[in-house]
Write a protein that binds this ligand. Structure first.
Ligand SMILES: *Cc1c(COP(=O)(O)O)cnc(C)c1O
Length: 481
């Protein structure tokens, strides 16, 4: 399997070649040159596989430059009930992403946040950690991962890369701006290859430093600086697996269809759903849920894609969906315009210049229905209501991002034929967002078993000025030699 760029001006590459990088050299995003098609016989054979074996069956179609036995071992090491252990009471940890029904066979939650950092990013990042270690070892190379985080991504990356040979992580976070739980999660890591740098400033200051370092080509090359951001193809590929698992858990046989409702920000999660559907998984609908940052809901309702500036980006109680532009969206548009890279370049020339594009009235928009998307958005008040309702009605506690999903799912389920189940992807656990939970139900969420004392553990963090030279000097002093 080879990978091509959505901008059409970079050479095709193998999986391992694009694993450690980010954007393609032409500024595009990598996608497989075609999507593998799943036969009915394969779907029948896959129902009932363990999650790790299912992951191998699917990923081996996308990763053809790692020997089968090695890839299988990596999947088996990654997808264990010990790694994804923070299951809801009553759920089966062996399913890795268990489905809990609100209404039996009609409305369910698929738990994607049972990994070490209690957010769905662990589903892919844990695999990425093991793939990185494997590929670096094969090549006799090492990498220094530099990132900025406001919460979920940074901690997922650190827990995935901790203790991995050949990998050192430098993670910038805004000093004092994350929740106590999120801080404790990251800063309590004592692994020698993980460095937490708390920047005196906001998330944007941290992000700007990362961009400045990455723009210094000489420094980047000399210190082998890499990233693990949401456009990484390996992450998208890993996420395809849980759509299959959700389908198998929510249906009895392979003549049925399901709908997925996905709390969305950068379009990474739902992009994997789109690919699963293109491969032939019987997905009736892919429903995209946003918070007040409704860039993507606007696109699917009007055909206009208008990224926002920072000033127009709301700070909400589902912070991991607070995005101004959706970094993975170009992958879907590439498919929507019939994989015409010149068209993508034309559209993103507008986006990259701070503008917008409108597909309404074009032949592409006439085609949109065949991709099965629907969308909706929610507000802070909606989240509080939804968390309270689900708590009172079902005695289940959901987090703020999942609440955005449940709210939109409840609107869309009315349009879904009887007999099709709606599965809402549960993207984080409530313990991460204690304040809003308290506001919704008048009590604090319990941390999962085993994490009760997280906030009392010793923390390891350097507080620094928002200065790119300070970060460069720190990296120079601490890179592995
Ligand atoms: C990252 C994240 C999202 C958004 O996922 P995208 O892939 O960016 O669409 C939603 N919920 C939670 C809890 C997240 O951490």
């Amino acid at each position: 399997m080879r990978y091509i760029s959505t901008r059409g001006q970079s050479p095709a590459q193998g999986f391992c070649d694009i694993l450690l990088g980010g954007l393609a050299p032409d500024g595009g995003l990598y996608l497989p040159e075609s999507y593998p098609q799943i036969t009915r016989a394969e779907l029948d054979a896959w129902r009932g596989l363990s999650y790790a074996d299912l992951a191998y069956a699917i990923l081996s179609k996308f990763i053809t430059d790692i020997p089968a036995g090695d890839l299988k071992a990596i999947c088996q090491k990654t997808y264990t009930p010990q790694v994804y252990c923070y299951t809801r009471a009553g759920s089966n940890a062996n399913d890795i992403t268990p489905v809990t029904w609100l209404n039996q066979n009609r409305l369910g939650l698929q738990e994607l946040s049972n990994g070490p950092t209690l957010a769905f990013k662990d589903m892919a990042m844990q695999l990425l950690g093991n793939l990185f270690e494997y590929v670096l070892k094969q090549r006799g190379e090492s990498i220094n991962i530099l990132g900025a985080t406001s919460g979920d991504t940074g901690s997922a990356a650190e827990y995935a890369m901790r203790g991995k040979d050949g990998v050192t992580v430098f993670m910038l976070s805004p000093d004092g701006k994350m929740s106590a739980f999120q801080r404790a999660q990251m800063y309590s890591l004592q692994d020698e290859n993980i460095y937490n740098l708390a920047v005196r400033g906001m998330f944007d200051d941290a992000q700007d430093i990362v961009k400045a370092v990455s723009n210094d080509a000489a420094f980047k090359a000399k210190y082998r600086i890499g990233a693990v951001n949401s456009i990484n193809w390996g992450r998208v590929a890993a996420q395809i697996v849980y759509y299959f698992q959700g389908y198998f858990l929510a249906t009895q046989h392979n003549d049925q269809q399901v709908a997925f409702c996905v709390p969305s920000g950068n379009f990474g999660n739902i992009c994997a759903g789109h690919i699963a559907r293109q491969m032939g998984l019987p997905i009736a609908k892919l429903i995209l849920a946003t918070n007040e940052n409704n860039v993507l809901d606007e696109f699917f309702s009007t055909g206009v894609y208008r990224p926002r500036g920072t000033a127009e980006t709301h700070v909400t109680s589902s912070p991991s969906m607070d995005i101004s532009k959706a970094s993975n969206f170009e992958r879907f548009i590439f498919d929507l315009v019939g994989r015409d890279a010149a068209k993508v370049r034309e559209l993103w020339a507008k986006v990259d210049a701070g503008g917008a594009f409108d597909l309404n009235g074009t032949p592409y928009w006439a085609d949109i229905a065949k991709y099965g998307f629907a969308s909706g958005s929610s507000t802070h008040a909606d989240r509080l209501n939804t968390i309270r309702e689900v708590w009172v009605q079902y005695q289940l506690l959901i987090d703020t991002h999942t609440a955005d999903g449940v709210k939109v799912a409840q609107e869309q389920i009315k349009l879904l034929p009887e007999g099709i189940a709606m599965v809402v992807l549960e993207t984080a656990q409530p313990a991460k967002f204690a304040e809003t939970i308290q506001e919704a139900i008048g009590q604090l969420p319990q941390p999962p078993k085993g994490l009760e004392h997280l906030e009392t553990l010793p923390q390891r963090v350097e507080v620094i000025d928002p200065d790119v030279n300070v970060v460069k000097a720190f990296i120079q002093q601490h890179v592995a030699v």
